[in-house]
Design a protein around this ligand. Structure first.
Ligand code: GUN
Length: 298
């Protein structure tokens, strides 16, 4: 073993941020709020979940959303539609859900089949029921720093960061990835929390150097293991949003993040695992948004 490897071995490992445990605490609080809504309104908060097609990963996510909604005292209205469903049929369903008083939140699982225009569908959802926070009305309100429904994954990341670090004011945050679902709203949330924010992406120059400036590094690049030790400032808090399915040599599916956990752990101060980090927080935040939409509509 070389001298430099020894010194890495001797370093304490990063604290593993337990997203599963935190999400469980959050779901217990949401269940209390859902029960209080039901007492006042004589009905449970309601969440419609729409899935078009047969993407296996989407089916797993949607089943988890429906099950956890029910456990938290939220009525769910699942709509599993055939992949041949037309855009106008889907828009008609959304119009019916917009008008349905039992439905407080509408989630259309993405991606949609290619023949359906995703933006058209997102913009058809009543912004007051947009529990994904993807409608331009909610995107604009988030950018203006006004109360809004906020995309679930970045909201989950923010809650994990605040739980770990408290006040985020003045911290340097670097976000890897600029998607509408994670990167862009994450940047806005951290800016609203008074961080100094940089967004980097596949065309950025010297990614490791940019990332090494970060007190907070949020990675949503969709590239398994791309973040190694040379991307990390010692003591940084690292949030791994990546969920990549890889097959091992025996053909078994294995989930890995965008961060090389073993390489980063001796350098970071704290790090989310995959699975068991951000994933459980996403669903908890969906339930939180549903109860919040229900309260705002009543
Ligand atoms: N597909 C992957 N992530 C998400 C999400 O947060 N919301 C929806 N609707 N679809 C997704």
């Amino acid at each position: 073993m070389t001298k430099s490897m020894e010194s890495v071995e001797e370093r304490p490992k990063a604290t593993v941020i337990d997203g599963r445990a935190f999400a469980q605490t959050l779901r217990a609080e949401i269940a209390v709020n859902a029960a209080s809504f039901a007492d006042r309104q004589g009905r449970q908060p309601g969440l419609a979940v729409v899935l078009v097609g047969d993407d296996p990963a989407s089916h797993v996510y949607v089943s988890a959303k429906v099950r956890q909604a029910s456990e938290a005292g939220i009525a769910s209205f699942p709509h599993r539609l055939d992949s041949s469903t037309s855009e106008s049929e889907l828009l008609a369903l959304i119009a019916a859900l917009n008008a349905d008083e039992r439905v407080d939140g509408i989630l259309v699982q993405l991606p949609l089949p290619n023949h359906i225009d995703e933006n058209m569908v997102i913009e058809a959802i009543d912004p007051a029921k947009d529990v994904d926070g993807f409608h331009p009305y909610n995107v604009g309100r988030l950018h203006a720093g006004k109360p809004s429904l906020v995309p679930c994954t970045p909201l989950g990341c923010l809650l994990l960061l605040q739980e770990r670090l408290g006040d985020l004011s003045g911290l340097k945050a670097v976000i890897v990835g600029r998607s509408n679902i994670v990167g862009k709203p994450m940047a806005q949330l951290l800016l609203n929390a008074h961080c100094t924010v940089t967004v980097v992406h596949s065309r950025s120059r010297d990614l490791p150097k940019e990332c090494r400036q970060a007190d907070i590094l949020v990675v949503a690049a969709g590239r398994p293991g791309m973040i190694g030790a040379d991307y990390i400032k010692p003591g940084a808090t690292v949030i791994d949003v990546g969920i990549n399915r890889l097959e091992d040599d025996a053909g078994r599916a294995r989930l890995v993040g965008d961060v090389d956990f073993a390489a980063v752990s001796p350098i970071a101060g704290a790090l989310t695992p995959v699975p068991g980090g951000v994933g459980p927080m996403t669903i908890a935040c969906l339930l939180r948004n549903t109860v919040s939409a229900a309260n705002s509509r009543s």
